[in-house]
Design a protein around this ligand. Sequence first.
Ligand code: HEC
Length: 138
Amino acid sequence: MRYVPAKASAAILALVVAGVVVAGVIVDAVDSRDDLWTHAAATTHGDPYRGEAMFIQYGCGSCHGLKHVRKASGMVGPPLDGIAVRAMIAGKLDNTPDNLQQWIRNPQAVTPGTDMPDLHVSARDARDISAFLYTRAE
Ligand code: HEC
């Protein structure tokens, strides 16, 4: 075997250890992301993947900022990042899956005159959108 100087072996060992640590962090991040999506689907009985598509289709992002969603950079409504861990919805309703769907479907009934219009979101679409929003814990 070729002679490897001590300094070089130490450097190689450090690189290997760093690689293992980074891989561990990535696996953890992927795991907790999957957990969140599974949990969001379970609490709402909705499909968060379809919900993301519906969120885009209804144009929610024209008024709401939401990280990692194409064209979701609106400034009319509040950003929806972290909505999964907020206590209240629109300062009015306790943040539960039912209330979130009610808000998405009938904001004008909850807060007459609010700047969020009724967008005629179907029950199924509201369920899936709420599943998607509950994947956003930060
Ligand atoms: C025309 C702009 C507009 C559109 C389009 C819109 N919203 Fe809103 N939204 C608002 C405004 C303004 C508020 C704040 C209302 C209030 O607090 O009375 C709001 C509030 C919310 C809240 C509560 C946020 C919080 O911080 O409590 C949620 C959730 C929400 N919207 C989801 C959606 C979803 C999902 C869609 C698409 C189906 C959507 N919005 C489309 C303007 C909009």
